[in-house]
Structures are given as structure tokens and as C-alpha cells.
Design a protein around this ligand. Structure first.
Ligand SMILES: Nc1nc2c(ncn2[C@@H]2O[C@H](COP(=O)(O)OP(=O)(O)OP(=O)(O)O)[C@@H](O)[C@H]2O)c(=O)[nH]1
Ligand SMILES: [Mg+2]
Length: 459
């Protein structure tokens, strides 16, 4: 890792494209000096003389040539995002104006920031730990209110505090064991061993809770996958369009219209739903249909909820029964479509198979809200309950936590088998390192580079 952070970085921090305003952000020791060279306020006072955390109106100029009319925000270290001097230039949001200001700042000695480098500096300068830095990414990427709320909780220390307190418990246990190592091992009372095993167990359980929480919170972060399936022509694509309230998938009276997987994201009461329409083929006749079936099956296998659509204006067919059998064990909502037509479906047979049944008309947009409520009901009362107090973790963090838990199990077994305490101590130390990599106390440069490379430039 390039830990040299004495240079000044700059980036356009707002999306490129036409917008009302755009921001060029600088961070580092030369920020004020550079601002002095390029900014001209009404009263002629140099930015380096401004009070900290103030905004001034003026012009960005290249020598005497005006580039854009701006507001300049000046924040002196250490009370800033990076703990360094920060200057933000809010200009008119055109791409050309922003790029010209960026070039000018670079010509004055700043360097173009790498993705996530501002946040990386906040971490390297000790303002936030690594788990909080990663929460910033969650906040940027949040697609629903709940995902945003979880990200914000994380940024205020949800995971960090938990990991810190677990590490403290581990360090206490380790100190105890290392003190024991210095004595003759035979002198360690069985009682003392028992107490330590219990303590390790307790830590292990806390890690287990975080692992469970992560599975739940993933529903909110990544969204829930809901796949629409059913035999051809029952109205799957019509249902997708009805839920999306737009004509996304092609609908025709021809059986076998949909071949590909169509996936769209919707926000249902704060929960992100990845809604997937599939082909209705059951027995493929050619190569295209063969792939269509394969994709549909994959999607169903990875789904949290399946909407099995029936055409309620017709009697159940062999294909319907085939699908009912295939979906045994999955969380299914039976959707009886086409209730605007005369009803012929054997409703008793459906009731015998499914607890959740919703009758709709995709064509007439009838009862779509009821179906949405049924999906949301699954999320809140089924396996995913509530986002309250959930600690969220990303794949990297959960990997470290699982490894720490396995090491603790190993340590516990060494203890029970009365192996040398050195073994126990070693595994506990390794577990501590795993947890340290979450908050960033023990993390190498390659991991840091990987984490921050996922950020956008300017954050
Ligand atoms: N009357 C009525 N017709 C509907 C309804 N929903 C869909 N249809 C009609 O049923 C036909 C098939 O609809 P699609 O949405 O293409 O059905 P699908 O299940 O996606 O079909 P495949 O992609 O071929 O598997 C079309 O003619 C739709 O207009 C409904 O609620 N009522
Ligand atoms: Mg279709």
C-alpha cells in the first residue's frame, strides 16, 4: 500500500453529465495553497485566510482567464472527512467546466485521486476504522430505505463496536492463558480450564449471531430474489409488467413467448426485490428452449420466494402438477391469474398444496397490491423478520468472522483434549488477527487496495 499521504489529491466528486452543480474536491497539505492560486473572491481575500468551515462566492480563474463561477468551501484539518485540509469547489455542473477545474488543480500540483482514496485517507488518518469505511460503500450503493438505514447504523459503529468488544474478551482470555503457560501446565486447575472453555464458547456464540444477522441483512442489502414461474401462457410476463407498472417483457397469446431471463429491481416497502420472469417451458424441444429451461431452473434454485402462476380460467394441466412437484420445499406463493375471465381452475387442489394463494388479473391490474403485500409478508414474518438492530456484514467481513469462529472451535478442542496451551494460544491469536482485519487493526495493503478500489473516484 502506498501509505505516503503527504501529497494532495483531487477528484470530481459528483457524477459526470449535465447537472445543476458539480463538485471538485481536494484533500491534502497543498489544498489551501492551490485554492489561493485559482480562486478569486469578490473582496480579494485569499482562501488560506478564510475561517475554517466557511463558504465563499467567487470565480475559478486560470491566470486571469475566468473558468467558472463557483462557491468554495474550505475545511481545515483535522475536523474534515479525511482529517486533512479539504477544499471543495461547487461549480455549474457541466462536464467541461468540471474537467477544466480539475485540470487546473492538477497543474497546480495536486494528483488525481484513486477510487475511494478520500475514504482511504479517513481510515489511514484514524478518523474511521475499516468496517466504517466499508459502510460508506454500503450507503452509496443502498437501493432501499432499509439498506440505507443499515449502512448508516454501520457507519456509526454497529459492527466496529461489536468486533472491538469481542476482541477485548479474546485478549483477556489470551492474557489468562499466556500467564498459565508461564506456570507449569499440570498446576492449572481443571476448574480454570473449564472457565476458559466457557469463555471461548461465549465468544464463539457472539460470532455465530453476527453470521446469522448477516444472512438476514443480506436480504435488505442485496435484495430478495423472487422468481415468477409457471407453464406457458399463464401470464407470467404480464404479471411482471403489472408489478413493475411498465411494459418490460413481451406479452403475446403465443405460448413460449419468453425465452430469456428478465430481471428487474423494485422497492417493496423498503425491501429490495429482484423480480425475475422466466420461460414457461417444461419439456424443451430445441436448443433455445433447452437453455431457457436451464436458466429458469437456476433462477428458481437461487430464489428466496417463487411466484407460481396458474391460469385460473383453465383446468390444471399435467404441466402445472409437474411444476407443483418441482417446487416442493420452496417458499411459494400461488398466483391465480386471469380472474377477469370465467373461472375453471380446481381451487381445492391448489389450497391443498399452498398456504399462500393470491388471485389477480395481470391484464386488468387487479389485486396486484395484495400480491405485493403477500411478498412483503414473507419477508417480514417469514425467514427475514426485521432489520431492527441487525449488524450487517459484507462477504469479506463474514469470511473473517467464520474463520475466527473455526479457529476458536479448534482452540476449544485443544483445550478439551488437554493439548499444550501453546496450541490454544496460537489459534486464539490467529482468531484475533481475523477480527483485526475487519476493523483494520491488522490488515495488509493488498486487502486495503482491494476494498477501496470498489469505491467510486471522488469518494
Ligand atoms: N384475460 C386475461 N388475459 C391475460 C391476463 N394475463 C395475461 N393474459 C394474456 O395471456 C397471454 C399470455 O400472457 P404472457 O404474459 O405472455 O404469458 P407468459 O406466462 O409470460 O407466457 P410465456 O412467456 O409464453 O411462457 C397474453 O395474451 C396475455 O394478454 C389476465 O389477467 N387476464
Ligand atoms: Mg412470458
Amino acid at each position: 500500500m502506498d501509505t505516503k499521504i503527504d501529497d494532495t489529491i483531487v477528484a470530481i466528486s459528483t457524477p459526470i453529465g449535465e447537472s445543476a452543480i458539480g463538485i471538485v474536491r481536494m484533500s491534502g497539505g497543498s489544498s489551501l495553497k492551490i485554492a489561493d492560486r485559482i480562486f478569486k473572491g469578490k473582496d480579494g481575500i485569499l482562501p488560506s485566510k478564510f475561517k475554517s468551515h466557511t463558504i465563499r462566492y467567487g470565480w475559478i480563474r486560470n491566470k486571469a482567464k475566468p473558468i467558472d463561477e463557483v462557491l468554495l468551501t474550505l475545511m481545515r484539518a483535522p475536523k474534515t472527512y479525511t482529517r486533512e485540509d479539504i477544499v471543495e469547489i461547487s461549480s455549474h455542473g457541466g462536464a467541461v467546466s468540471l474537467r477544466k477545474i480539475l485540470e487546473l488543480v492538477i497543474n497546480c500540483g495536486a494528483r488525481l485521486a484513486e477510487p475511494g482514496e478520500f475514504t482511504k485517507r479517513a481510515f489511514l488518518n484514524g478518523r474511521i476504522d475499516l468496517a466504517k469505511a466499508e459502510a460508506v460503500l454500503d450507503i452509496i450503493r443502498a437501493k432501499t430505505d432499509t439498506a440505507l438505514k443499515l449502512g448508516v447504523e454501520q457507519l456509526s459503529g454497529g459492527l466496529s463496536n461489536k468486533i472491538k468488544s469481542i476482541r477485548k474478551e479474546l485478549i483477556d482470555i489470551l492474557a489468562h492463558i499466556e500467564a498459565d503457560i508461564d506456570f507449569c501446565e499440570e498446576d492449572i486447575e481443571t476448574n480454570s480450564r473449564k472457565i476458559l472453555v466457557n469463555k471461548i464458547n461465549n465468544v464463539s456464540k457472539q460470532l455465530e449471531v453476527i453470521i446469522l444477522d448477516s444472512q438476514k441483512s443480506n436480504f435488505f442489502r442485496e435484495g430478495i430474489k423472487v422468481t415468477i414461474c409457471g407453464r406457458p401462457n399463464v401470464g407470467k410476463s404480464s404479471l411482471l409488467n403489472a408489478i413493475l407498472r411498465k411494459e418490460r417483457a413481451i406479452v403475446t397469446p403465443i405460448a413460449g413467448t419468453t425465452r430469456d431471463i428478465i430481471e428487474e429491481f423494485i422497492n417493496l416497502g423498503g425491501v429490495g426485490i429482484r423480480l425475475v420472469d422466466t420461460a414457461g417451458v417444461v419439456k424443451p424441444k430445441d436448443l433455445i428452449e433447452h437453455h431457457a429451461v436451464r436458466l429458469a431452473k437456476n433462477s428458481i434454485a437461487l430464489s428466496d420466494i417463487v411466484l407460481l402462476v396458474f391460469d385460473s380460467s383453465q383446468k390444471l394441466t399435467q404441466r402445472d402438477f409437474h411444476l407443483i412437484k418441482e417446487l416442493k420445499g420452496k417458499d411459494v406463493i400461488a398466483v391465480l391469474n386471469k380472474i377477469d375471465l370465467p373461472q375453471r381452475i380446481q381451487i381445492g387442489k391448489i389450497r391443498k398444496e399452498f398456504k399462500k394463494i393470491v388471485s389477480v388479473s395481470s391484464l386488468k391490474q387487479k389485486n396486484i397490491d395484495k400480491l405485493e403485500k403477500a411478498i412483503a409478508g414473507f419477508v417480514y414474518k417469514g425467514k427475514v423478520i426485521s432489520s431492527e438492530g441487525l449488524i450487517t456484514t459484507n462477504a469479506r467481513q463474514i469470511g473473517e468472522i467464520k474463520q475466527a469462529r473455526d479457529l476458536l472451535d479448534k482452540a476449544k478442542n485443544s483445550f478439551i483434549k488437554e493439548l499444550s496451551l501453546e496450541f490454544v494460544a496460537l489459534d486464539l491469536k490467529l482468531a484475533l488477527d481475523c477480527l483485526g482485519r475487519i476493523t483494520g487493526e491488522a490488515v495488509d495493503s493488498a486487502i486495503l487496495d482491494k476494498i477501496f478500489s470498489e469505491f467510486c473516484i471522488g469518494k
